[in-house]
Design a protein around this ligand. Structure first.
Ligand code: ZN
Length: 306
């Protein structure tokens, strides 16, 4: 089993959750120093397209550019340091002549090692935030970047904004050994997964699990247990994973799912083996939640054709 229970969380069990680098927070306010580092050819730049696709080199790994005065004159975010290199992300566009293979974020994450995928998630979330906050949300003036690009300030009204993370709960509802999985319209044929939903303002994570379980599938859960979290840079979510216990198990679908059903472990494993059910991709924490449950109740892992 690749994952583990809380206390020994998952490194490597799902994508974006490992980021073995130093964020260098103490350097963020040293603007002139960072400006020089940004132009230094020993620094490394990751340039992301606005659609979130990432440049990938042979190897495979992320395609990093040496720092240059041209790059430093553009818009950037200081990411931190790794292996003696200072890392930046360009957030103002990509030079036409950049020779790299561009991969969609999911495809890139699937081929990168865990540490690089974590860096990519970090850079992607910051880039998405910067591209959506070019202007002040209060007065509309053009924002100016501060703190290594991690804070935006409006020069006219002084309003500041910070990178945002949108929390979402993702949870496996259990009834004894059975687990509840759902299907959204538009998913690939046969795909089933755990339930999930965004946390609303003023709501605890636990209350969000209870509300979403009832809204999406009509089931009542009376408690949940935190299992782990995963940055989910599409564009800036944090998935908080739980296991919840059902106290009322009859299903009544809400608006978001086209189907929901209880699976006994053997039934799910047989359906996967027969190609009738497809689990979520291995990079997702939902997949890990299902694998944790199967390992506990069946002592087995699915063999599927992902
Ligand atoms: Zn303003």
């Amino acid at each position: 089993m690749r994952g583990s229970r809380p206390g020994g969380p998952p490194p490597g069990g799902y994508a974006f959750a490992t980021a073995a680098f130093d964020r260098g927070v103490e350097l963020r306010e040293r603007h002139e120093h960072l400006q020089r580092l940004a132009a230094d050819p020993s620094s490394r730049w990751l340039l992301l397209r606005e659609d979130g696709s990432a440049p990938v080199a042979d190897g495979p790994g992320l395609h990093w550019q040496p720092g240059s005065p041209e790059l430093a004159a553009g818009e950037w975010v200081f990411l931190g340091r790794q292996d003696g290199r200072v890392l930046f992300a360009g957030v103002g566009g990509v030079p036409q002549d950049l020779a790299a293979q561009w991969l969609d974020l999911r495809a890139a994450a699937a081929m990168l090692d865990a540490g690089q995928a974590g860096l990519l998630a970090y850079a992607r979330a910051l880039g998405a935030w910067r591209s959506r906050h070019r202007h002040c949300g209060r007065c509309g003036a053009r924002n100016q970047a501060e703190s290594g690009g991690h804070r935006l300030r409006c020069p006219d009204c002084g309003n500041t904004s910070f990178p945002r993370t949108d929390p979402a709960v993702i949870f496996l509802v259990r009834d004894g050994e059975r687990a509840l999985l759902g299907r959204q319209p538009g998913w690939p044929p046969g795909r089933w997964s755990t339930l999930a939903g965004f946390v609303e303002p003023g709501e605890t994570l636990e209350a969000a699990v209870v509300r979403e379980a009832h809204e999406e599938a009509g089931v009542v859960v009376d408690g949940c247990r935190y299992l782990g979290s995963q940055p989910w840079p599409f564009p800036a979510s944090l998935m908080l994973a739980f296991e919840a216990r059902a106290v009322e198990t009859s299903i009544r679908l809400g608006d978001e799912l086209e189907a929901a059903r209880w699976f006994a472990p053997d039934e799910l494993l047989a359906a996967i083996a027969a190609g009738e059910v497809r689990l979520p991709p291995r990079l997702s924490i939902s997949r890990w939640l299902i694998e944790v449950w199967l390992a506990e109740v069946a002592g087995r892992q699915p063999v599927d054709r992902e």
